[in-house]
Structures are given as structure tokens and as C-alpha cells.
Write a new protein. Structure first.
Lengths: 360, 555
């Protein structure tokens, strides 16, 4: 990587992934799984995520200048690299498709019922194309600025909804049963999507020693925000797991009232979320570029990003079936992320052993 | 020919001889090309004078003066000529210190026995006259001027004459004496016009580069201040100086400034604004990338921070490199005041920045797409105000914005005593009349007026222009897609700005990437005693600017 980033940029990069997951219905999925035990489940999964983070940190330590794609080449030469690279490209592509779909769907339902979906899609595709042309470094810099405002907006939502909390709604706090809260609930670690990005973080860092600190801080902040969101959602909307279509965070913003002048603040929050969505989408697209560059002989994969964007645009237009996107958003994303996490960890373990063997 | 035609011919005005001028390709070369020009001057005065007369088109050029006279040196007389540009030299200096000593016969230029010495040859003593070295004699004993050089290259002599020197040609000598007798009129140091402060220096730069460098040197008063000078412009050969502290400024930054200045290849440079556009990193972006100031105190503060400043002869502004976004929102007053007042002023300016850029676009987005933000009563009030207006809201807004820009432009062009009146009358009468005529709603007048006031709160003129341009873009985006459109614009704007660098420094420094914020370059200024370090993004040679305990009297 020709440029390096500092720790604040790295933390905000992991956080934007988590924030977007929070905005795009991950809390609802967790509540659906663990019911009233979701808050406890989040604490439990946060501890699991932290342990996993520490494990990743210890494994990545020996490969400070390589990401998971480079490491896979070291382990299983080019075929493994290609396979893993394609898997990651599919993962990032599914993220881009679902995020664009979610946002356009939300915007069309709320503000633009008569506007063509093509225009709404283009309003996401164009900023991604511009960002991709300008470069990853600028995206990460922009992301640092955006993340601060988004985190502040979430804090405002938490503070604004405090008056509506009914603490009794959180009971039974341990959920319906231990199995759902802890054993089956451990699957909810998929909510910490930032974990996947940790495999790509180390080569981007200016100071490699900061990797552990960055990883732990970002996972802790993510966990904290996820916990707040889920607790507030549980205590305000006991029915949230049954609601469809509308984003759960959007429902929260509708409960906020700031005096008499501003009647409903949801538009302001959506405005901020759109910007955070642009940032998240651009980061994901750039990871596709990076992986594509590594798998092929292309030097300037930036130029291919327009083709990728064209494909995403076509997929969203062609597959209008909502259930397909629901499937992508819930099951595919959930199990794919867990699968990728598992495979990447195995590759890292083997790489560590191989390196140890080589050094002996 | 009929009688009527005859009468017409005699009495009417002849229109056939209408003056019809159009430009044709110019094949005649009126000036001597540099490469064809004689490289060195000759020892014949006539040849030299003919050459320079031709170069300067002396017969048609009214201010080129060639003064022929007889020069007395060591008892001999030589034909000599002075060439200078009238208005650029001081006649008094030429008369008293050049022509008088050269023309008058006196002890210095009359040959006497003081110049002879006794030599011995074959046991006999001879009194022999020392061989006269005319060039040396003129330099050492005839011209009583402190700055005099000899040149024999034609191009160098031309440069000197163009810069206000007086060229002295003497028959039999193949050198020219360039005597500094500059004496053109310049504006004296006056108060700043555009960066007014209450507590602070009331001096501003002037057009003369040497005066400006002397002001800087007087303020900084340190031997480490370096003022390097070069010439830009093949025709104008404008003097450009770049100043820095050699023990503070980053050497690579100085080298970069030097590199960019040395590689500006243009015919003419007449202002610092043109130079700014030629050396900035990205000329397509609307944001200013070099900071221009007319205040010497601010310039010196920046030099002492480790930045490089550029002065252009003929321009009363100093360019500061590198510049970051925060610089354009700060005023020289901020650091003169208590830090709390300074911070309050900066916060207000920041709010003004956002209002000036986004208020019309948010208004249009809310009224068109996000009415739910406002209470129902206000929505009804707005709609009742707009009931009688026949235009769509975008048209209404653009009418008012363009009118406001017109008033602003008009008040700048009209003579200053009535400039303010035009602004007030234009604003009041136009606004009132537009509301009465049901062209715009009263709320829109408030929006446009508020935007205008806020744009005046921005201290930097260039950033003000940036805001004005972006305001129109965001208004159109807000009208097209509400908050989605504005978000779209903001994201692209942020991405472009994140990519922007000014002389190797990120435009969002010291915030992205995160750097030291206890400096003068951070948005929130700390107390003076806490500003211990220079901006980390400047990577200076002396990162610390004050001791840990600066107020030793207290601790």
C-alpha cells in the first residue's frame, strides 16, 4: 500500500462499518434471535469479539505488512489466494448491494415515492465512483470526519429517546432461554462486522504497534454503541422484531422531539446516515479494488471499479425481488461473515505455523 | 449621373469612407529577438547608442532618455552617454552625483603629477605618468554613487535599465556602468484595507517589494530570516521574493517553493493573484490553497511558525504557503485577544461559514422534501406566504441570490462614497419591492439576507468566493433531491478536499490527519502560554516555540 494511516483514521474506519451495521437493521436481527436477552447477548458477543480480536492480533503480529490475501498466498500459493480473494470480493459486493438497496428502499418509501429508482441508485453509485477515482486515502480521511458526526448523532438519539424508555420491557433480562441468549446467540458475533476488516488493517497502518490498541478500542466502542442501541430499542419498541421494512433506528428517531420548532428530526439523521453510507460503500468498493489488484495483473484497478459499480447497479435493477435482498441481508451476510472469519483464522494459524517452521 | 446624385454627392456626408478596422496577421517584427541581439556591447559609443536606441525604439518612446556629454578623466575628454528611463530615476542624483563629477574639470579628473611616479632606467630617474585605467578611474574616483556595477552583456544592461538603473556608456570602453539612481514614486505604508483589526498593527504592505521586505525584516529582526529573490516573467521580469526562517522552516518546503517559483514559465507576472494560481497544487478546485494577506504582522507570525511567504513586486499582498482550511477562518485579531474571545469569534465564524454555504439549500430541501421537520403552524405560515407567488421556490431563491450578488458587485465597482449607499438602498428597496410585487416571499428575504450577512463574516476574500459558488451548487442539489442531494454534494466535496494538499500539507490539518492542536493553526486556540509547539504538520526544524514554563515571573 503506497499510503499509511494513523490510529484515529483506523479506528474510525472500523467504526463506520459497525455504525452502518447498527443503522441497517443488525440490532433488529440480534433482537429477533435473542429477544429480551439481546442486551446480555450483546455483552456476551462483545467479550467473544474482544477475545477473537486479541487472537487475530497475535496471529497478524508476524505479518505486519501483509493482509489476509497476501497471507493466503503464503499458505496455499496462488489458488488459495484466488479462492479467498473471490470470497472476499463476493462478501464486499454483497455488502454494497444490500446497503444500496436498503438505503434506496428507505428513501423511496419515506421521501421519494414518485422518483425513479434508477435516479436514487445513481445518487449512491456516483459518489462511490468519484471516491474511487480520488483514492482510498481521501476516503479514509473523509471517513474520519464523518464518523465523528455519526457517533454524535447516535448519542443524540440515545439522549433524545431516554424519556420514552420503559425499563420493564427489558425483562426477562436473560431472554427466553440460555440456549437462545448464549449458545445460539453466539452467532450474533456477526454483528461485529469490523472484525473482517481487521484482516486488512495491518498493512495500512503507519505504526504497526498500534494495531492491537486500534482493534480493541474500535471493537469496544462498537460494542458499546450496539449495546445502547439494542437496550433502547428493547425498552421502547417491544414489537421491533416483528416490524418489517423500516429500519429500526429510523423508528427511534421518530420518537425524538426537540422543543416546538423542530417537529420531527428523522430527516436530519437520515441525512447524516446517507453520508455515512456513502463512506462505508466507498470503503467496501476500495477493498474490492485492492483484492482485485492482488488477484490479477492490473495495476490500476481503480478503472475497473466503474465496471464493478455497473454490475452492482444491474444486479439491483434486475433482481427486484425483495426476498432475495432480505436473504442477502440476513442469512447470507450472517453465515458468510462467520464462514469468512473462520477460514481467515484457519489460514492465519497455518501461516503462523509455516512461518515458525521456516524460521526453524 | 443624375442631378439628384450630384446634389447628394456635393452636400451629403460621404459614408463610403467609413473607417473599417480589423486585425490582420502581423508579419513585421518590431522588436529585436533575444537570440538575434548582439550579446556583448562594443567599445564604440556610437554602435552602443544605436543598438540601445533601436532596442528601446527611442524615437517613438517618450520616456527613454539618452544624454550625450563629454567625460573628463585624467586630463582627457571622452564621448559618453547616459541612458535611463524618465520617471524611474531620480534626476537630482543623476545631476549631482553622476553628471557633475563626470563633466566638470576638477582635481580628480584633471591629470597631475600625483598620478606620476619616478622610475629608474639605466641609472637615470624618469618621471613617468601611470597608465590611465579609465574604467577603474570612473569606478573609484569619478562617480560618487554607492551602488555601481559594470556589465558588458546587452541583456543584463537592459534588465538594469528596466529596473531603474542609469547606464553610462563611454567611448573606447566595452563595459557599461550601471548606476543605481532609482527614484520612482511609490505609495507610502498605509492602514490595511481588507484585514482591519482593533488591537494590532495598523501597517499594510505596499506595492514595492523592497519596502515590504524591509517591513518584515524590521519586525522579525533576526539574522536567520532569509529573503531570496528571483525574477518571473520573460517580459516583465517581475521581482519575486520568498522569505523564511532558515532555522525553523522545513528545508523540503523551502525547496518546493523554490522549485515551483523557478519553474513558472510565463511572459508576464503582474500580481500575486496570478502567481498564486500558477503555483497552487490543484487549480481546478474552488478552494483557496495559498493564504493571501496584506498584514506584515500576520506574515511575520507565519514565517515564525515555519511557513514560507512569497512577495511579488507590484502587489501589496504576501502569499503564505502552506495554507490549511483553518487559516481561512481565522483573523489576525484572534491571537491578539484573550484566547476565550478569539475562540468565540472563531466559533461564530464557523457558524457563519455553514449558514452562508448551506442555509438556502436547507431551506429549499426542507420546504420541498422534508416539511415534517417543521411544526405544522410554520409549514402553514410558509405556504400562506408563498400562496401569491407565481414562481417555483428555486426560481424565487435564485432571483434573490442573483440580485444580492449583483448588489454586491455593483457596490464594489461604484465610487466608494456611494458604494455603501447602493448596498443599503439596493437591499432595502429591492427586497421590499420584490415582496410587494409578490415576486418573492418575506421569509426568503430573511434567508438571503442572513446568508449575505454570514458570508461577510468570513475573513478571507477567496474563501468567500468559494462559499458563494458552492451555495448555488448546494441550492440546486437541495432542490433536486433534498437532503439526499445535499449529502451527495457534501460527500463529494469532502472527498475532494481530503485529497487536497497545499505544498504537501493536508488541507484538513491539524485535524485529519490528527496532529498537534496546541498551536496557532488549530481551530480552537489555546492560551498563549500553552502554545508551546509549532504546528506538527509543518514539520519544522524547531518544533518547540516556547518553554514549558513561559511565564517565569509566576512560577
Amino acid at each position: 500500500m503506497e499510503f499509511k494511516i494513523g490510529k484515529y483514521q483506523a479506528i474510525s474506519f472500523i467504526l463506520i462499518v459497525m455504525i452502518n451495521k447498527i443503522l441497517l437493521n443488525i440490532p433488529k436481527e440480534i433482537i429477533k434471535q435473542s429477544q429480551t436477552g439481546a442486551a446480555i447477548n450483546v455483552i456476551f458477543t462483545c467479550i467473544l469479539a474482544l477475545l477473537l480480536t486479541l487472537f487475530i492480533c497475535s496471529l497478524v503480529k508476524k505479518f505486519p505488512d501483509e493482509d489476509i490475501i497476501d497471507i493466503s498466498k503464503f499458505v496455499g500459493s496462488k489458488p488459495l489466494q484466488v479462492l479467498l480473494g473471490i470470497a472476499y470480493i463476493l462478501f464486499f459486493s454483497s455488502i454494497i448491494i444490500t446497503v444500496i438497496y436498503e438505503f434506496t428502499n428507505l428513501l423511496q418509501v419515506i421521501y421519494f415515492p414518485t422518483t425513479s429508482v434508477y435516479l436514487l441508485l445513481l445518487s449512491f453509485i456516483i459518489p462511490m465512483a468519484v471516491a474511487s477515482k480520488i483514492g482510498f486515502k481521501s476516503i479514509l480521511k473523509t471517513n474520519t470526519i464523518i464518523t465523528i458526526f455519526i457517533l454524535l448523532s447516535l448519542i443524540v438519539i440515545f439522549l433524545g429517546t431516554i424519556t420514552n424508555l420503559r425499563i420493564t420491557r427489558i425483562y426477562p433480562i436473560l431472554g427466553t432461554n440460555i440456549n437462545n441468549t448464549f449458545i445460539k446467540g453466539s452467532i450474533n458475533i456477526f454483528g461485529y462486522g469490523g472484525l473482517i476488516y481487521l484482516f486488512f488493517l495491518s498493512p495500512l497502518l503507519k505504526n504497526k504497534k498500534d494495531f492491537k490498541k486500534i482493534a480493541i478500542i474500535s471493537i469496544l466502542i462498537s460494542g458499546l454503541f450496539l449495546l445502547f442501541t439494542i437496550t433502547i430499542l428493547l425498552t421502547i419498541f417491544p414489537f421491533i422484531s416483528h416490524s418489517e421494512e423500516i429500519l429500526s433506528m429510523y423508528l427511534l428517531t421518530r420518537c425524538i422531539e426537540f422543543g416546538e420548532f423542530i417537529q420531527r428530526t428523522d430527516a436530519i439523521f437520515i441525512f447524516l446516515w446517507i453520508i455515512s453510507g456513502f463512506s462505508y460503500l466507498s470503503i467496501s468498493l476500495n477493498f474490492i479494488n485492492i483484492i482485485f489488484e492482488k488477484l490479477t495483473t492490473c495495476n490500476k484497478s481503480k478503472n475497473y471499479s466503474y465496471s464493478f459499480l455497473g454490475i452492482f447497479f444491474a444486479i439491483i435493477i434486475l433482481f427486484k425481488n425483495q426476498s432475495l435482498f432480505k436473504f442477502l441481508e440476513t442469512y447470507f451476510y450472517k453465515y458468510f461473515i462467520l464462514g469468512l472469519l473462520f477460514i481467515s483464522l484457519i489460514i492465519l494459524i497455518i501461516a503462523n505455523k509455516k512461518k515458525k517452521g521456516n524460521s526453524i | 449621373m443624375s442631378i439628384k446624385n450630384c446634389i447628394d454627392e456635393l452636400l451629403s456626408f460621404n459614408l463610403d469612407k467609413k473607417h473599417n478596422f480589423s486585425l490582420i496577421e502581423d508579419s513585421k517584427i518590431t522588436s529585436i529577438p533575444q537570440e538575434n541581439m548582439q550579446k556583448n556591447i562594443s567599445n564604440s559609443l556610437n554602435d552602443n547608442i544605436t543598438l540601445f536606441s533601436k532596442i528601446y525604439s527611442q524615437k517613438i518612446n517618450s520616456d527613454i532618455v539618452i544624454r550625450n556629454f563629454l567625460l573628463n578623466a585624467k586630463g582627457k575628454q571622452y564621448n559618453a552617454s547616459l541612458i535611463f528611463i524618465d520617471g524611474m530615476v531620480d534626476s537630482e542624483i543623476i545631476n549631482r552625483f553622476v553628471l557633475t563629477p563626470l563633466m566638470h574639470k576638477n582635481q580628480t579628473n584633471i591629470g597631475n603629477f600625483q598620478n606620476s611616479f619616478i622610475s629608474q632606467k639605466q641609472g637615470l630617474n624618469y618621471r613617468t605618468n601611470k597608465k590611465i585605467n579609465l574604467e577603474q578611474s570612473i569606478l573609484e574616483s569619478l562617480v560618487s554613487q554607492n551602488s555601481i556595477t559594470t556589465e558588458n552583456e546587452t541583456s543584463k544592461i537592459l534588465d538594469k535599465i528596466n529596473n531603474g538603473f542609469t547606464a553610462l556608456f563611454v567611448d573606447t570602453l566595452s563595459v557599461c556602468f550601471c548606476i543605481e539612481a532609482k527614484g520612482f514614486k511609490t505609495r507610502s505604508i498605509s492602514k490595511p484595507e481588507n484585514e482591519i483589526v482593533v488591537r494590532g498593527s495598523q501597517e499594510a504592505f505596499v506595492e514595492n517589494i523592497r519596502t515590504n521586505t524591509s517591513i518584515i525584516r524590521r519586525i522579525i529582526n533576526n539574522e536567520n530570516l532569509v529573503i531570496e529573490q528571483l525574477e518571473i516573467g520573460k517580459i516583465t521580469k517581475t521581482s519575486v521574493a520568498y522569505c523564511y526562517m532558515k532555522n525553523i522552516a522545513n528545508t523540503s518546503l523551502v525547496e518546493e517553493v523554490k522549485y515551483r517559483l523557478n519553474n513558472v514559465n510565463i511572459d508576464s507576472l503582474t500580481s500575486s493573484g496570478i502567481l498564486e494560481q500558477l503555483i497552487q497544487d490543484d487549480s481546478n478546485l474552488l478552494y483557496p490553497q495559498l493564504f493571501a494577506t496584506e498584514r506584515p504582522d500576520r506574515t511575520c507570525n507565519n514565517i515564525l511558525q515555519g511557513r514560507v511567504i512569497i512577495l511579488v513586486n507590484g502587489s501589496p499582498y504576501a502569499l503564505i504557503a502552506p495554507a490549511v482550511l483553518v487559516d481561512f477562518l481565522s483573523s489576525p485579531e484572534d491571537t491578539n485577544l484573550q484566547y476565550q474571545y478569539g475562540n468565540l469569534a472563531r466559533v461564530i465564524r464557523c457558524i457563519a461559514f455553514f449558514i452562508a454555504m448551506f442555509l438556502p439549500s436547507f431551506y429549499i430541501a426542507i420546504t420541498n422534501f422534508h416539511q415534517e421537520l417543521l411544526p405544522t403552524d410554520i409549514v402553514f405560515a410558509i405556504s400562506s406566504m408563498r400562496k401569491s407567488i407565481p414562481f417555483p421556490i428555486i426560481f424565487e431563491l435564485l432571483i434573490m441570490e442573483i440580485s444580492f450578488e449583483l448588489i454586491r458587485e455593483a457596490s464594489l465597482r461604484v465610487p466608494s462614497p456611494i458604494g455603501a449607499t447602493i448596498g443599503i438602498i439596493g437591499g432595502l428597496i429591492l427586497g421590499e419591492a420584490a415582496v410587494s410585487a409578490n415576486l418573492v416571499s418575506p421569509l426568503l428575504i430573511i434567508i438571503v439576507a442572513m446568508t449575505g450577512i454570514c458570508s461577510y463574516a468570513i475573513p478571507d476574500f477567496s474563501l468567500n468566493f468559494t462559499i458563494r459558488c458552492f451555495r448555488f451548487i448546494y441550492t440546486i442539489l437541495g432542490y433536486t433531491a433534498g437532503f439526499l442531494g445535499i449529502g451527495f454534494g457534501i460527500f463529494i466535496n469532502l472527498i475532494l478536499l481530503s485529497n487536497l494538499k497545499s505544498f504537501g500539507v493536508s488541507y484538513f490539518s491539524p485535524y485529519v490527519p490528527v496532529g498537534n492542536k496546541n498551536t496557532d493553526s488549530s481551530f480552537f486556540i489555546k492560551p498563549v502560554w500553552k502554545r508551546e509547539e509549532r504546528s506538527s504538520f509543518l514539520k519544522t526544524q524547531r518544533p518547540k516555540q516556547e518553554e514549558k514554563i513561559s511565564m517565569k515571573w509566576k512560577y
